[in-house]
Design a protein around this ligand. Structure first.
Ligand SMILES: Cc1cc2nc3c(=O)[nH]c(=O)nc-3n(C[C@H](O)[C@H](O)[C@H](O)COP(=O)(O)OP(=O)(O)OC[C@H]3O[C@@H](n4cnc5c(N)ncnc54)[C@H](O)[C@@H]3O)c2cc1C
Length: 392
């Protein structure tokens, strides 16, 4: 398989880079937010995404019928990686996860209401699967939806809902059949300004906000059920495959590998160049090699997605597991190699590697949990790819 970009793809990448140069803005681009840089959480970031929408770059892979271009996923990948490299907002959640799931399973009414708004970047979403007793085992969710007239009444709690404090719509799973674990969950779209919804912030060790969300008698019309009642867990599983790829980009890892290599090339320890230390050389060579593996696993997911049908599950898990664990190993190695100074934070002048060793040492742990923890990715690979039994 050829993993190099074609001349057309290279030309698109150059066009994106020129566009990003022309719209460079420190209030929009901030690599030090690490993976959370992807969320579209400020008016300036929304304005910027509107420009991306005007370029027609939000619907690259969507069908022509719904305003898309029916282009190859590799163009979406090139765009997202370019945005991530600069710490810019990305196209993951609305276009990549919710839009694609509505396209695959939503009613015509939901398509007509939501798809144009997603393509024009008029709305933001929060995703609500996790609850206090349902994280890795999302199918244990208890938030209750009971039948009420021509709709449903929702009561209960979600947790770790990133973006709930600024998004307009909640993409939320609820239990509609208490007697059937996996076939008893339904996916709803709920406006986050509903008076029965209360949102409370939780701050992560990476300095970013996520939320607890409480539902108190929130009525939702049948029109806002996504797909079929009780089939929500299937849609959630497919959406998670998309999330594991589109929300964990590779280019920030590549950028931090470059920072570490530059540090090793130029710094000294005990009056000797760091680049002469055999242990450091071996460590850096290993990390750079692993970086190439992560890059190719990402491209393999893109290639597998282009065959049509549901997103490729094992490839999504392999990429997510490998890339996020590598990112953590890289942060740990950067701390070790830079020594005590590595504890200096971002925006401290003397901080080695611009303070990214310290910030990513805290932040990268989060990426190995969100979107499904590493152990869960290993379970998926063991079952789906290797055919090993579920539990023993
Ligand atoms: C910053 C952040 C943002 C998030 N944003 C969102 C969001 O927007 N929406 C949302 O719905 N969720 C979100 N999450 C939640 C995330 O998906 C869950 O944290 C994750 O699924 C793990 O669930 P848990 O925290 O309940 O841990 P648990 O499921 O309790 O797991 C605890 C530990 O046990 C391990 N474990 C659990 N089950 C198994 C098993 N069967 N085999 C082996 N090991 C196992 C896990 O790997 C983990 O190490 C976010 C999480 C974080 C940290």
């Amino acid at each position: 398989m050829d993993f190099d970009l074609s001349p057309e793809q290279n030309a698109f990448r150059d066009e994106v880079e020129r566009f990003l140069d022309d719209h460079d803005d420190p209030e929009v681009f901030d690599v030090t937010r690490e993976n959370m840089a992807q969320i579209v959480d400020t008016p300036r970031r929304r304005d910027f995404m509107k420009l991306i929408a005007e370029k027609g770059w939000l619907g690259i892979t969507w069908p022509l019928e719904w305003g898309g271009q029916e282009g190859d996923g590799v163009y979406e990948y090139i765009l997202n990686e370019a945005l991530a490299r600069r710490g810019g907002p990305q196209i993951g959640k609305g276009v990549g996860i919710i839009g694609k799931t509505i396209l695959a399973h939503g009613s015509d009414r939901l398509k007509r209401e939501f798809l144009p708004k997603i393509l024009n970047n008029e709305i933001e979403f929060a995703v609500g699967y996790s609850e206090p007793d349902a994280g890795s085992d999302a199918a244990s969710m208890k938030l209750r939806a009971t039948r009420d007239g021509e709709g449903w009444r929702l009561n209960g709690q979600k947790t770790w809902t990133t973006s709930a404090h600024f998004a307009e719509w909640y993409w939320v799973g609820a239990r509609t059949d208490p007697d059937n674990k996996h076939r008893g969950i339904t996916l709803f779209l709920v406006p986050l300004d509903h008076p029965g919804i209360t949102i409370r912030g939780i701050w992560t060790m990476g300095d970013e906000r996520t939320n607890e969300v409480f539902f108190d008698d929130v009525w939702v019309s049948d029109d806002y059920v996504v797909g079929e009642v009780n089939r929500g867990f299937q849609y959630i599983s497919e959406a998670l495959d998309l999330e594991r790829f589109s929300m964990f980009t590779f280019s920030p890892i590549e950028q931090r590998l470059d920072l570490l290599c530059e540090f090793v090339r130029t710094e000294t320890r005990d009056d000797a160049p760091l680049r002469a230390d055999p242990v450091v050389r071996r460590q850096v060579a290993q990390l750079v090699t692993q970086g190439e593996v992560a890059r190719v696993l990402g491209l393999r997911f893109v290639a597998a997605s282009m065959t049509g049908g549901a997103p490729p599950t094992a490839e999504a898990s392999e990429y997510k597991l490998y890339a996020t664990e590598l990112s953590k190993r890289l942060a740990n190695a950067s701390m070790d190699i830079a020594g005590a100074g590595a504890q200096l934070r971002v925006k401290t002048e003397e901080a080695p590697m611009k303070g990214r060793a310290e910030s990513t040492y805290r932040y990268t742990v989060i990426d190995t949990i969100g979107g499904g923890a590493s152990e869960i990715q290993k379970n998926i690979i063991a079952r789906r790819k290797l055919g090993l039994p579920k539990n023993f």
